[in-house]
Design a binder for this molecule. Sequence first.
Ligand SMILES: Cc1cc2nc3c(=O)[nH]c(=O)nc-3n(C[C@H](O)[C@H](O)[C@H](O)COP(=O)(O)OP(=O)(O)OC[C@H]3O[C@@H](n4cnc5c(N)ncnc54)[C@H](O)[C@@H]3O)c2cc1C
Length: 414
Amino acid sequence: MYKFDVLVIGAGAAGLFCAAQAGQRGLNVLLVDHSEKVAEKIRISGGGRCNFTNRDATPANFLSENPHFCRSALSRYTPQDFIELLQRHNIPFHEKHKGQLFCDRSAEDIINMLLAECDAGKVTRWQPCSIKSIAGPDADNTDYRIESDRGLIEAPQVVIATGGLSIPKIGATDFGYRIARQFGLRMVEPRAALVPLTFDGADWAPFAQLAGLALPVLIETSAADATPKQRKKATVFSEDLLFTHRGLSGPAVLQISSFWREGQPVRVNLAPGVNLPDLLLQAKSRSKKLIANELTSLVPTRLADAWTSTDPALQRPISDATDKALLALAERLADWQLVPNGTEGYKKAEVTIGGVDTRDLSSQTMESKQPGLYFIGEVVDVTGWLGGYNFQWAWASAYACGEALAIKNSAWQA
Ligand SMILES: Cc1cc2nc3c(=O)[nH]c(=O)nc-3n(C[C@H](O)[C@H](O)[C@H](O)COP(=O)(O)OP(=O)(O)OC[C@H]3O[C@@H](n4cnc5c(N)ncnc54)[C@H](O)[C@@H]3O)c2cc1C
């Protein structure tokens, strides 16, 4: 039998950081992961360079059934705090786009830093190590009793940091959700997010040939019957969209996928910042070029060709087109509405939206209604936008928990 002050399950971003915090506060911490390697998601994140935070992160960049839950943790551990940690470890980084910070060299720098922080806290690490069961404290024992494939572990505090369901092939499981249910905590139904959207084969056929084409767009989603007032409140992203063989991807689509619900249309402005009606009507009065050729000054050539090829009324010189047809074309390009038939699912999703219901967690400490049982990182129903926000949540929630564990322990010893 092994005895520790804290058992942290899941050696990803949140688990490593929390274990390090608690260890450095003098707690005897065991960190376990069922994978042989730690932090595989950090390794593959940001194209191998890890977009480890966003300089401008605020609670408005997170989705949750309770949007206020993340406030406290995010304000107590900020992007600047994590930047200072990197600076102490002499890790070079740069800002790429809209506050997104990436490592100059490789995501390995972040993993090595977290491991060094764990070493500084004398954290014991076991990988691979599988947890078979967790029994809660009872009249005979104030500790949790955890059956692992390396033997029985006893600890008064257990932190679940096993992440969400995305990318099962690198170790994602529903372990955290199962433990939450076992202890009677509520769940917000999980679904894939920051994920490409797919379309029915027949609807998509004219656009499949555009696979690989990227262009800047404005994108939003709202219910088909949304009122103008509801639409005004919808979140709009200004990012690049990427056509794929099966549908749409790129940062614009990953962002909107977190807001999209089945049956809803996504609405795309394919020529943002351009007054399409005026430009097309002006072109009609001075040009005899085909509509497709005129469009190439407004949208990429491949898109102009594919778009006009679907409609015989658009396969003519622009001077021969009716004003009505040109205005309809302008309207459709500026507000292209299409209903995805689904997403690429967890195998391609960067995150899982939903998870352990925040109503059953303390926003100060991440402790659940089950005393001594904590949930941090992506397993919780807090999901960031694309752009470094999800790691910032992992660090901030881990820090809040790590601090609480230390305080609790010293109180017990007093
Ligand atoms: C391809 C990709 C790119 C991404 N890029 C970025 C980015 O650049 N910036 C950003 O902010 N976010 C990014 N994300 C999201 C980010 O990686 C996650 O939000 C973050 O890793 C969540 O941290 P976590 O510690 O909660 O979970 P994870 O980092 O997923 O760690 C969970 C750990 O728990 C372990 N585990 C799971 N089940 C069990 C079990 N049953 N027993 C024991 N251990 C278990 C796993 O092996 C894993 O090590 C990306 C995600 C993906 C998939």
